[in-house]
Design a protein around this ligand. Structure first.
Ligand SMILES: Cc1cc2nc3c(=O)[nH]c(=O)nc-3n(C[C@H](O)[C@H](O)[C@H](O)COP(=O)(O)OP(=O)(O)OC[C@H]3O[C@@H](n4cnc5c(N)ncnc54)[C@H](O)[C@@H]3O)c2cc1C
Length: 332
């Protein structure tokens, strides 16, 4: 008989072996704000390691990203991570954003180069007087922390199992990842992928290059196949034929699409667990249902407030977890 699968044993009643993080984007309208907060409220009791908020292309969401991160700090016990890019801003402008985050209590930044103002596909040229690339930005954050004597800021960066579309080779990509880690990044989060072998092959090369930080797989539950496919084409992720086949014929059948999406994501994350992966970053697209179900499969259960026993998204207290999950009390 084969050895039992590790994924059969992640679960309730055991120390928390799985850590998750959730990525959201800042809402544009009041309606989107409502659905974002419904998603946050639903997912917060799962006590994620952190929740991240993206930074719109070209810095277009600077204020909205900031407002969302501030609201997370003010209204929940979650640890927010603010995404930040080098695009269309001088060093002084970006340093001001970092300073404002530090002052607001943000202790984690996802540092990125970003796409050119004309969108992915256009040739990237650094902003005159700006940070040249993500490694330069990571170094800038760490320098600012030292010069201004700020509380330390944890820095996460991107990683690309299938190579970044601008990159001439996987080797060049891994050199860039190494430069980001050498500059002070302590975690890489991958672009989404659908074939786990791509991740494991990449991880072997990353470790072979002497990069020791966690390389957390980014998981995109396929809420909408057409959107996911278009998104994948822009960011250089491949969409295997078997995945298209699974969604084939379901354009007018939302209920079945959702079940298939859950099955596909479940198969992916449980296989990763079977191969020793313990950390997951979910691209939530500001929707909770699929991510919540997958986290449930991963053995995560709502953490209850000890006084009320109620699992409450707003101000959810990540109590009763068996090991630190990065959640933080603000003393409010
Ligand atoms: C986890 C994650 C979160 C993200 N969040 C955001 C976000 O909030 N906002 C946003 O706008 N985008 C976001 N992105 C997308 C990202 O900004 C784009 O992929 C962008 O094109 C590259 O930024 P980076 O920091 O990944 O680049 P880098 O890591 O600096 O570069 C990526 C690769 O491209 C190659 N490369 C870079 N510059 C050049 C060059 N000039 N010539 C040749 N090769 C080059 C390098 O080999 C490098 O490895 C995210 C991506 C990931 C994976």
């Amino acid at each position: 008989m084969n050895a039992p699968r590790a994924s059969r044993f992640v679960g309730v009643g055991k120390p928390r072996g799985i850590r998750v993080s959730f990525e959201f984007f800042p809402p544009k309208t009041a309606e989107m704000e409502t659905s974002l907060w419904e998603a946050i409220s639903r997912l917060a009791p799962l006590a994620p390691n952190f929740v991240s908020v993206t930074y719109g292309a070209g810095g277009s969401t600077r204020e909205r990203t900031h407002a969302t991160v501030k609201r997370i700090l003010a209204e929940t016990m979650l640890t927010p991570a603010a995404h930040l890019t080098c695009v269309a801003a001088t060093r002084a402008e970006i340093d001001a954003v970092i300073g404002a985050y530090a002052a607001a209590g943000v202790r984690h930044i996802v540092a990125l180069r970003g796409d050119p103002p004309g969108g992915a596909g256009e040739r990237y040229a650094p902003q005159p007087g700006g940070y040249r690339n993500a490694a330069d930005l990571v170094a800038g954050i760490k320098r600012l922390v030292a010069i201004k004597n700020l509380a330390d800021i944890e820095v996460s960066v991107s990683a690309y199992p299938e190579k970044h579309p601008d990159s001439p080779s996987v080797a060049a990509d891994i050199d860039m990842l190494k430069a980001k880690v050498d500059a002070g990044a302590s975690r890489a989060i991958t672009q989404f992928f659908f074939e786990n072998d791509l991740y494991f092959r990449y991880l072997d090369r990353v470790r072979g290059a002497g990069i020791a930080v966690p390389v957390v797989p980014g998981i995109l539950p396929v809420q909408n196949f057409k959107t996911a496919k278009a998104f994948a084409a822009r960011c250089g992720a491949s969409v295997p034929a078997w995945l298209a086949e699974r969604f084939d014929g379901l354009d007018d059948d939302a209920a079945t699409r959702k079940l298939i999406a859950a099955a596909v994501a479940a198969e992916q994350v449980l296989d990763l667990v079977d191969h020793g992966v313990t950390d997951f970053h979910f691209y939530t697209m500001n929707r909770a249902d699929l991510v919540y179900a997958i986290c449930h499969l991963l053995g995560l259960r709502p953490v209850k407030k000890p006084d009320t026993g109620v699992a409450d998204g707003r101000g959810a207290l990540p109590f009763a977890v068996a090991e630190p999950v990065g959640a933080r009390r603000l003393g409010r």
